[in-house]
Write a protein that binds this ligand. Structure first.
Ligand code: ATP
Length: 165
């Protein structure tokens, strides 16, 4: 793929927002977000409040998993203001098990990755080693440096960072 793609996902109102009678000011038409009555912004993908995880994953992320097992690097990150739905979209990390339908990007990537690697390993009669590094960074510290050692393991070199997992 070799390019940056941007997807926007508009979440539905939360119960408290409904309670406070918030008004919707964003509409989504294919790959376009409309703010107010006439300000349009185009993206590679745009999803409205009724979009399901499966749709978001299939369009934006699944093709990256396929290219990953072909040897390419891929990065998916969520960006947005607090409460906008980053955690929800990536995978609802607070519970150990989620029903498949509620699984976000992380769970779906893991499932597909093992299926694809299993197929490749069987074809090549090779063993595959999968390792995961998780860094949960809970600070706005500008001195943070993510580094990779010569074995490809990631870590940080800043001692004042809180909450590294
Ligand atoms: N597409 C969606 N459909 C239904 N509920 C959603 C959706 N996106 C987010 N939510 C709900 O909105 C709330 C805020 O979402 P979430 O916690 O993912 O935000 P966040 O961007 O990770 O916030 P923070 O930056 O504060 O961690 C949660 O209650 C979540 O369940």
């Amino acid at each position: 793929m070799g390019e940056v793609r941007v997807a926007v996902r508009v979440r539905p109102f939360l119960p408290k927002e409904v309670l406070h009678n918030h008004q919707l000011c964003v509409r989504v038409v294919p790959d376009t977000v409309i703010l107010g009555s006439d300000r349009t912004f185009s993206f590679d993908y745009a999803f409205g409040p009724t979009a399901r995880h499966a749709q978001v994953y299939k369009s934006c992320v699944k093709p990256l998993v396929a290219s990953l097992v072909d040897g390419y690097n891929a990065t998916v990150f969520a960006y947005g203001q607090t409460g906008s739905g980053k955690t929800y979209t990536l995978g609802g990390g607070h519970v150990a098990y989620l029903p498949e339908e509620e699984s976000g990007i992380i769970g779906r990537v893991a499932a597909d990755l093992f299926v694809l690697l299993g197929e490749r390993a069987a074809d090549a009669r090779a063993a595959v080693d999968v390792r995961v590094d998780l860094l949960d960074i809970q600070t706005g510290n500008k001195e943070l440096h993510i580094r990779e050692d010569d074995r490809g393991n990631t870590g940080n070199t800043t001692h004042s960072v809180l909450g590294c997992v």
